[in-house]
Design a protein around this ligand. Structure first.
Ligand SMILES: Cc1cc2nc3c(=O)[nH]c(=O)nc-3n(C[C@H](O)[C@H](O)[C@H](O)COP(=O)(O)O)c2cc1C
Length: 191
């Protein structure tokens, strides 16, 4: 079974993480979720979801999801010898982005991103901030040069979105496309 790590930080847009996790589970992918303390708080604030409770509920339906402890650096995903396929960090705060681009691996999310980088595994970062200062841009450029996919939470409007779900699905569809996971979450240009 394919294993994917989903990192959630305290940027706005935790709804994106919820949608991605649901899609990965439907596609029979083992999902390791790592959420920062701020990520939990922002998710609760924006979506009213308590991530611990939500993942417990998902476990009643799927046996291929694990909520990792952000402080547990003994977790499998913290080691290069544990083979996960890809890691997506969404939404990625400018703080977490800076930590990763500086090689700081102080919590499990940043350590796992560091592992993805050193092992040349696919790492997709979905930054969320506006406007962006030069530090943010330099951090993204540095990571992009290391092969990281910088995929901003920037939905297009050419698929004529009518609901918030349409906007969220556009971003998630783009991520799934990158992971080569077939999806019809948004109407592709030319289809
Ligand atoms: C409601 C709310 C929304 C936030 N949105 C963003 C955001 O979009 N981008 C960002 O970089 N930080 C945002 N922040 C600030 C981060 O949560 C803060 O920088 C935090 O230290 C990030 O920590 P983490 O990366 O460990 O989750 C937001 C904070 C709150 C309370």
């Amino acid at each position: 079974m394919k294993k994917i790590v989903v990192g959630i930080s305290g940027a706005s847009g935790s709804i994106y993480a919820k949608r991605l996790i649901e899609e990965l589970l439907k596609n029979e992918i083992y999902v390791h979720v790592i959420c920062t303390e701020n990520g939990k708080k922002v998710m609760k604030f924006e979506t009213s979801i308590d991530i611990n409770e939500w993942i417990e509920e998902l476990k009643n339906k799927y046996n291929h999801i694990e909520l990792e402890d952000i402080n547990n650096l003994f977790s499998g995903v913290a080691s290069g010898s544990f083979k996960f396929d890809s890691m997506i960090i969404l939404p990625c705060s400018m703080g977490t982005l800076a930590e990763i681009s500086s090689g700081l691996a102080k919590n499990l999310l940043c350590r796992t991103a560091d592992v993805a980088l050193k092992e040349n595994r696919r790492l997709i970062i979905v930054p969320r901030e506006t406007p962006l200062n030069a530090i943010h841009l330099e951090n993204m450029l540095k990571l992009s040069r290391l092969g990281v996919t910088i995929l901003p939470a920037m939905p297009g409007f050419y698929h004529k979105p009518e609901t918030m779900d349409d906007l969220v699905n556009f971003v998630i569809g783009k991520i799934l496309d990158f992971l080569s996971i077939k999806n019809v979450l948004f109407k592709k240009w030319g289809d």
